[in-house]
Design a protein around this ligand. Structure first.
Ligand code: GLN
Length: 249
């Protein structure tokens, strides 16, 4: 029996399946980030949890009752449009206030902040994370890695980054990781989290490369203290392969 943010539900109970929403596949889906949805669904089902995945395109209303919302990377124009539509919709703000998990990558991460730059202009973000993004001196492209905040008890973060923006964290968020390879937020830190909202520059897809992070999101969404271990032969190989490409790896 898992407890989903207060409401107990049965492992077999269809009505109370874990609802995972891919936000705006038409705008925010670069670099295979939708793989994050596949990984979460797979790892949840492998633990006997029923999953209801949902893709919501940007002209449509977002549901407010989902357990996990996923946002991916995007080019500047689609990113600005996504932020505008999410602010007008308001459902993501209400879901977050109710405790839903949000996991966002790159453009999706930037737009959760107070503001970001796209196409030479500053755009208002969703203000769900205390951070803002501006433009860096060059595009950050390549492997991204570093040790994660020890409070999250996760192994080294590994991903692939490709962004022009730089992100500056305010006092109300925690950096997700320290950067030992790549740029991340600003060359020193990478990603951010507060409560059940977590953002990263890591593509890859991030949750394929960081299955322990996928499980952390599932724990947050279900209220489970821990999840049954899975066979990690292939994910361990993928991680070892990517980390070995780094200097000193
Ligand atoms: N448009 C943003 C930037 O270049 C995000 C890019 C991305 O999502 N890959 O910073």
């Amino acid at each position: 029996m898992f407890s989903k943010r207060g409401a107990d539900y049965d492992r077999a109970g269809r009505e109370s399946a874990l609802r995972i929403v891919w936000v705006y596949p038409d705008l925010l889906s670069t670099y295979g980030d939708q793989g994050n949805l596949l990984i979460l669904a797979h790892r949840a089902r492998a633990r006997g949890l029923a999953v209801q995945p949902l893709q919501v395109r940007s002209p449509d209303r977002l549901p407010e009752q989902a357990d996990i919302y996923l946002l991916g990377g995007g080019e500047d124009g689609p990113q600005a449009l996504a932020a505008q539509r999410l602010n007008a919709d308001g459902a993501l703000h209400r879901a977050s206030a109710a405790g839903s998990v949000i996991f966002a990558v790159c453009a999706g991460y930037q737009l959760l902040g107070r503001s970001f730059f796209a196409k030479g202009e500053r755009h208002p973000g969703l203000d769900l994370l205390d951070l803002h993004s501006d433009r860096g001196p060059s595009r950050a492209v390549g492997e991204l890695a570093g040790p994660v905040d020890p409070r999250l008890s996760l192994p080294t973060l590994t991903g692939f980054e490709n962004h022009g923006g730089r992100t500056h964290l305010g006092p109300e968020v925690n950096p997700l990781a320290r950067v030992t390879a790549g740029v991340g937020n600003d060359g020193a830190t990478e990603g951010a989290f507060r409560g059940a909202v977590l953002g990263t520059y890591a593509h890859g897809p991030a949750l394929a490369r960081n299955p322990a992070l996928a499980d952390l999101l599932l724990c947050w969404a279900t209220g489970a203290g821990q999840l049954a271990p899975l066979d990690e032969t292939w994910t361990d190989r993928l991680r070892a392969d990517r980390l070995a490409t780094l200097p000193g790896g």
